[in-house]
Design a protein around this ligand. Structure first.
Ligand code: HEC
Length: 167
């Protein structure tokens, strides 16, 4: 009986977690009662370090804490977790090394679909300075991140949050 009750509790916790995962938020409110796997996997510290080290300077020494803060202005339109929802903008998981305009199930503007480069730190830096200047005709209505250090930190954060392998 006791075992059944525990299983039920875990099932309820899993359902709760998957509902949370949809919004792209981490489930930091949950406590240790549920050993169930979280719906949104997180990169380990070792993975974060390896991903960061793979970036060229100065991005490889970006401040992840500040990067996360800067990402707050992107959050209303983008998710970062593997399989995260496309919102006003596409889910960004796995974008490094990928051609622009290729997130599954998202309808891009023609200019982004037609781009032939692959996303890396340098291209992101130009895009995030001013999307409309870098790719006139984009539907990303965002004025840009003007501070160079904020962009560096944001790109470092994006790399570790979108670069780890989905479980
Ligand atoms: C108001 C909503 C909105 C905000 C805020 C926003 N974006 Fe976007 N983003 C979009 C849209 C819409 C697109 C698709 C652009 C297109 O197809 O022209 C996009 C596209 C992108 C792409 C290209 C993705 C791909 O698959 O090629 C990246 C990278 C990106 N955004 C990063 C960011 C970052 C980082 C921030 C915060 C600094 C941000 N965006 C803020 C709406 C937004």
């Amino acid at each position: 009986m006791r075992r059944l009750a525990l299983t039920l509790a875990a099932t309820v916790a899993v359902i709760g977690l998957s509902a949370c995962g949809k919004s792209g938020e981490s489930s930091s409110g949950e406590t240790a009662t549920a050993p169930a796997p979280a719906a949104a996997p997180e990169p380990t510290d070792a993975e974060k370090q390896a991903l960061l080290a793979a970036l060229p300077a100065p991005y490889n020494s970006g401040d992840l804490t500040n990067g996360k803060k800067v990402f707050a202005i992107c959050k209303s339109c983008h998710t970062l977790v593997p399989g995260g929802a496309n919102m006003t903008g596409p889910n960004l998981h796995g974008m490094f090394g990928r051609k622009p305009g290729t997130a599954e199930g998202y309808k891009y503007s023609d200019v982004v679909k037609a781009a032939t480069f692959t996303w890396d730190a340098e291209h992101l830096d130009q895009w995030l300075t001013s999307p409309k200047t870098f790719m006139p005709g984009t539907k990303m209505t965002f004025m840009g991140v003007k501070d160079a250090k904020d962009r560096t930190d944001l790109i470092a954060y994006l790399k570790v949050e979108t670069g780890y392998a989905p479980q």
